[in-house]
Design a protein around this ligand. Structure first.
Ligand SMILES: C[S@@+](CC[C@H](N)C(=O)[O-])C[C@H]1O[C@@H](n2cnc3c(N)ncnc32)[C@H](O)[C@@H]1O
Length: 265
């Protein structure tokens, strides 16, 4: 496997205009929520919830909330009897896309203030933390802080990445992403005109999205790297890595941590 790189991405650069960062995150949420990843991820999330006994889950780096909402709904549709309340949150504050509450069968709501995964406000009551398509954004020193912050406060942890560290796995997302970029100026809640101009008149946004997607695939932490960080942070946790193949060049990666091992099952 190639070495992990941490090249520049537009969507996590503070100097990058907000409408550009928003576009990348909006398209990511729509592409993931509109495909089959939520149904595939749902059984893993359901097992995490029941094993850790989660009553309230804090989702970090939720972006628009669409990805998490779709996975939560798919888990709810499996007939899980005790779906927790899910608090969506982001470093940029509430960036909710329309319809999140309906998508997740009413189980999710957005925390309006910014939430930093490295230093979560203790006032936000929860017992588990989820990271969907976000953990690769953290540099190694930040990733350690994120895991340590969760473990030190006794929270269960689930991390999902939609591909392993290999740019070839982005191929299947090219076309859906292009369509999502073309539709986004008409569906977005913010900066419609700017998004229209930089999609159709100066078509930069789809290329920026392509760059960020490719860079993301080179930033993914592999099992060994995740375990090294997690075991150091939470030696009394039980850590599990799962690779879920969805066919050729399609794979979801999950990493989960349970305090004291969690419930069996
Ligand atoms: C690639 S987006 C993923 C969004 C969402 N999880 C999804 O799958 O659609 C990464 C998100 O992480 C957020 N983020 C970056 N650093 C963060 C931090 N330290 N704490 C919380 N959120 C962070 C960004 O603002 C951005 O919305």
């Amino acid at each position: 496997m190639m070495s992990r790189l941490h090249l520049f991405e537009f969507n996590d650069s503070s100097w990058c205009p907000g409408f550009v960062r928003d576009s990348v995150v909006e398209v990511l949420g729509r592409v993931i929520a509109g495909g089959d990843i939520p149904e595939s991820a749902a059984p893993v999330l359901a097992r995490f919830i029941s094993r850790a006994g989660i009553k309230r889950m804090l989702d970090l780096g939720s972006g628009t909330g669409l990805t998490t909402a779709a996975i939560v709904r798919a888990a709810d549709d499996l007939g899980q009897d005790s779906m927790p309340e899910v608090i969506l949150s982001d470093l940029m504050g509430g960036r909710e896309a329309g319809g999140v509450a309906e998508i997740c069968n009413g189980h999710c709501r957005f925390w309006p203030d910014p939430v930093n995964a490295m230093a979560v406000d203790p006032a936000i009551a929860h017992d588990g933390r989820s990271f969907f398509c976000v953990f690769h954004h953290f540099r190694p020193d930040e990733a350690i802080k994120v895991i340590t912050a969760a473990v030190d406060s006794g929270k269960a942890v689930i991390i999902m990445e939609p591909f392993p560290r290999n740019p070839l796995y982005l191929r299947v997302l090219y076309l859906p992403s292009l369509f999502a970029y073309l539709l986004n100026p008409f569906r977005t809640r913010r900066h419609r005109l700017l998004k229209f101009v930089f999609t159709f008149l100066v078509p930069l946004l789809p290329f920026i999205g392509l760059w960020d997607g490719l860079v993301s695939t080179t930033r993914i932490y592999d099992e060994e790297q995740l375990r090294a960080m997690a075991v150091a942070a939470g030696p009394d946790y039980r850590w599990e890595f799962h690779r879920l193949s969805l066919g050729s060049f399609r794979e979801l990666n999950f990493f989960m941590g349970f305090r004291g091992g969690g419930k069996d099952g």
